[in-house]
Ligand binder design. Structure first.
Ligand code: SD4
Length: 336
């Protein structure tokens, strides 16, 4: 994953205009950014189908788009797209190769949500690479929404998933190095995040989303983040749009972030405005220490407009629309 290999959205044709990674200095400034983002000036339309995802995940968005271009649905697209990152053992915050908790256990969280508002998720899943597909099985084959831990693992095995060791040598070595100091702090460095959250709109205009992660590196044993919590790490309302989150899950959960973004779009905000407002809710809390963590939202509305925003520093977003699969830097909140 070449997470530093960014392409500035301002240099693109075919994606319309965008604001770029402008520094935002005040709450008031937030509202002024991204007014024109995503609009395809040439055609005066927002190209569908569309895939948008957190971080630098071009292979994943390419896979999802392949499915959509072939007439497949958004649900299959987001599942198959996320599986690309889960299978990549070099990616250290999702699926196989994910960094472990402080006890050395790799534990996965994932969720998926479809156009009809059905959803499924798994938390604290061990030894199964494709957590997103287990989440889909929970959604489709059980009367429940969420399965955890050993129950989730046994369910996955009953559905034919093969248990395997997810702790690669590289992740084990990194954990052993970390153990020397064993100091845990929320990490703001973007290089330590690449949970994949993906949203897709298919040719029928239907929206689905998915999110999958190994969570925060060196978390406490048993810790669960926002990614598998419907409404926090992911929310879809096919009449309105969808949202996925990345970053410090605890802060997303406290504001029910993805649900908030979708509800703000329901009230008339663009995806960009909605993401900015959801970030504002975090940073304006009394005693918010937002300079010490990161949260990023990616949102899409029914028209195919997208938005993305983060705290303190940009995060990268991959968008595949109008035949262009590209990495974009988000704008971000940074009250000096
Ligand atoms: C979590 N939100 O478990 C996830 C971590 C993440 O990029 O997004 N990493 O809190």
């Amino acid at each position: 994953m070449k997470r530093r290999d960014f392409i500035k959205n301002t240099s693109l044709t075919g994606l319309g205009f965008a604001v770029g990674n402008a520094l935002v200095n005040s709450n008031e400034d937030i509202a002024k950014t991204h007014k024109a983002q995503n609009h395809n000036a040439a055609s005066n339309s927002y190209g569908l189908p569309l895939v948008v995802a957190t971080w630098h995940v071009k292979n994943a968005t390419a896979k999802a788009m392949e499915i959509l271009q072939a007439g497949g649905n958004a649900l299959d697209a987001v599942e198959q797209g996320c599986r690309i990152e889960e299978a990549d053992a070099k990616g250290q915050t999702v699926g196989k190769g994910g960094l472990p908790d402080r006890d050395g256990n790799v534990t996965l969280d994932a969720s998926i949500m479809d156009k009809d508002g059905n959803c499924g998720s798994v938390v604290y899943l061990q030894n199964i690479t494709h957590a997103v597909s287990v989440a889909r099985k929970v959604m489709e084959d059980t009367p429940h929404v969420m399965l955890a831990g050993e129950g989730a693992k046994q369910f996955a095995i009953s559905k034919g998933f093969e248990p395997e060791n997810l702790l690669t040598e590289a992740s084990k070595n990194a954990w052993q190095k970390w153990k020397v100091k064993a100091q845990y702090q929320p990490i703001i460095n973007i290089e330590n995040h690449d949970t994949i959250g993906m949203l897709a709109i298919d040719k029928n205009g239907d929206i689905s989303g998915a999110c999958t992660t190994s969570g925060l590196a060196y978390k406490m044993g048993g810790r669960v983040g926002d990614s598998p919590i419907i409404g926090s790490g992911l929310f879809i309302d096919n009449e309105i749009g969808g949202c996925v989150a990345t970053g410090l899950g605890e802060e997303v959960v406290k504001t029910v972030g993805s649900f908030l973004v979708v509800e703000l779009m329901r009230q008339g905000k663009t995806p960009q405005q909605a993401c900015e407002e959801a970030i504002r809710r975090i940073v304006t809390k009394p005693n918010s220490n937002y300079k010490n963590f990161q949260v990023g939202y990616v949102a899409v509305n029914k028209k195919g407009e997208t938005g993305y925003y983060s705290i303190h520093q940009y995060f990268s977003v991959t968008k595949y629309q109008d035949g262009v699969n590209v990495q974009i830097q988000s704008d971000y909140f940074n009250k000096a």
